[in-house]
Design a binder for this molecule. Structure first.
Ligand SMILES: [Zn+2]
Length: 131
C-alpha cells in the first residue's frame, strides 16, 4: 500500500469519533477521505438523523472538497467503526458517478485496508446509466 492511502486512512481516522450531538442527531461513527485532483485530502463523517436527513461520510467528504473549490478526485477511502475499510453505498456511488461523469471509471476505492486491495469505481458501478 502506498503512502497516499496511509495518509488518507490517518486523516479519516482522525475525524472518526462517534457522538450524539442532539436528541435527534448523531455523527462520526463512520469517516471518509477523498483525494482531490490537486492532491489534497478532504475528510467527512457520517451524519445520522431522524427522518432520513443525514449523509454518509463519503458524500460529506466530497461536499467538503466541493466547498473548498475542487470537484475532481481520484481516490476514496472509508473507515468503519472498527477501523476497517468499507465500500460506498449506492447513493455515494451515484453521487461519485454524477460528479465524475465520463471519467469515474478509474477512481480508486480502498476495499480492504488490511491487505491494501482496491477496486475501481467503474468496477462497482456496472451498466450504470451514466457513461
Ligand atoms: Zn453512502
Amino acid at each position: 500500500m502506498d503512502k497516499i492511502w496511509l495518509e488518507m486512512y490517518e486523516a479519516a481516522k482522525a475525524v472518526l469519533h462517534a457522538r450524539q450531538v442532539s436528541e435527534y442527531l448523531s455523527c462520526g461513527e463512520v469517516s471518509a477521505a477523498v483525494r482531490s485532483k490537486s492532491g489534497k485530502i478532504y475528510t467527512g463523517v457520517c451524519i445520522d438523523t431522524c427522518c432520513g436527513l443525514g449523509v454518509c461520510a463519503e458524500r460529506n467528504a466530497i461536499f467538503n472538497m466541493i466547498t473548498n473549490g475542487e470537484h475532481e478526485f481520484d481516490r476514496v477511502l472509508c473507515v468503519m467503526p472498527d477501523g476497517s475499510s468499507g465500500a460506498p453505498c449506492g447513493a455515494c456511488r451515484e453521487l461519485m458517478v454524477q460528479l465524475m461523469a465520463g471519467k469515474y471509471h478509474d477512481v480508486e476505492i480502498m476495499a480492504d485496508i488490511k491487505t491494501g486491495r482496491t477496486v475501481k469505481l467503474g468496477e462497482i458501478t456496472p451498466e450504470w446509466w451514466i457513461k
